[in-house]
Design a protein around this ligand. Structure first.
Ligand SMILES: *[C@@H]1O[C@H](CO)[C@@H](O)[C@H](O)[C@H]1NC(C)=O
Length: 316
């Protein structure tokens, strides 16, 4: 029996309508699902971005950098004097950087040529031109209290047990330059039993001498802009050194990650304004050397309060 012609004619059309209805429905449902998923997706990424921004702004709180006073608190006292160290200790810095220069007769003083020139008013005088008795006679007229130039031993006696780290910044000068300097500095460190001393210098050959002569003292080399070529000095140039002292404008998060990847700590110098201090916190430097430790401490405290108020939670 043949099916009625009408039914046969209409056979394709309802089926077609049927499938078109469902494909439209499917389309609408997918669209709805898509629209429904958008806001949570949007907020998910917004939240993730918020957390990332917060982590880059506040992550340092989980591992705060050492606050290092350059020459003591050189904002409130003449650099490298006992009163500058005293101010720094009273504000409970983590670390103090001492400039180390050798007199012509081989005594190590906590003194920078630049500061000697300020004291003597002679812009060409150098520590290495003077004998130790001449340096002892110098008077830091700016200061009340103890105004003598301390030797390295005096300085270490005062500070080394009261801070987490002492940085000895070894200066190479006339008349002997590097000759015997590594040995002299190491003898002072050993004699004072300074276990938390870190020695660094701009002179690579001096740093290499120190590494060669001692296996248990912490050593650093300097990364800066080479004054002759204008380029950054090489990041990895001494295997035995655990610390790099980096000129702060060169520091960003990537540089810190690169150095950390090779197990080198990054100490930023010399960071004296609040904006650069904040930049060093965000870049996650391991230590920040500053002539104004109270400004750094205040900046860190302000940022900490701000981060905690915005809901940042410390992981430890
Ligand atoms: C300044 O210091 C240099 C180097 O020690 C010395 O040769 C020169 O005589 C000094 N000048 C004055 C005016 O004392």
């Amino acid at each position: 029996m043949k099916p009625p012609a009408g039914r046969r004619r209409s056979h394709g059309t309802p089926l077609f309508r049927f499938s078109s209805f469902y494909s439209r429905l499917r389309f609408i449902l997918i669209l709805l699902a898509f629209v429904a998923i958008l806001p949570p997706l949007f907020f998910h990424f917004r939240l993730r971005r918020f957390h990332q921004t917060q982590l880059s702004k506040c992550g340092w709180l989980n591992n705060p950098p050492l606050v290092c006073a350059h020459g003591g608190d050189s904002t409130n006292a003449f650099p490298n004097t006992m009163s500058a160290y005293g101010f720094a200790l009273r504000s409970q810095v983590d670390c103090i950087e001492i400039d180390v220069s050798r007199s012509s007769d081989g005594v190590l003083f906590a003194l920078h040529d630049r500061d000697l020139q300020r004291i003597s008013g002679n812009s060409t005088s150098k520590v290495g031109h003077l004998r130790s008795n001449e340096i002892r006679e110098l008077d830091v007229y700016h200061q009340s209290g103890n105004s003598n130039i301390p030797t390295i031993e005096d300085a270490l006696t005062l500070i080394s047990t009261s801070v987490r780290q002492v940085i000895l910044d070894a200066k190479v000068g006339p008349p002997l330059y590097e000759k015997g300097l590594a040995k002299d500095i190491l003898s002072a460190v050993e004699k004072m039993r300074c276990k938390n001393c870190l020695i660094w210098a701009k002179s690579d050959s001096l740093v290499r001498d120190i590494i060669k002569l001692s296996s248990d003292v912490t050593v650093g080399y300097i990364v800066m802009v080479d004054p002759h070529t204008g380029a950054r000095t090489s990041l990895f140039r001494m295997k035995g050194a655990k610390v790099t002292g980096v000129y702060h404008p060169l520091i960003d998060e990537r540089l810190v990650k690169t150095l950390h990847g090779r197990e080198k700590k990054v100490y930023a110098w010399t960071v004296d304004d609040a904006d650069s201090m904040t930049r060093m916190l965000h870049a996650r430097a391991d230590a920040i050397v500053t002539s104004n430790p109270t400004l750094l401490q205040r900046t860190m405290q302000d940022k900490r309060t701000q981060c905690l108020e915005e809901g940042f939670s410390l992981t430890r």
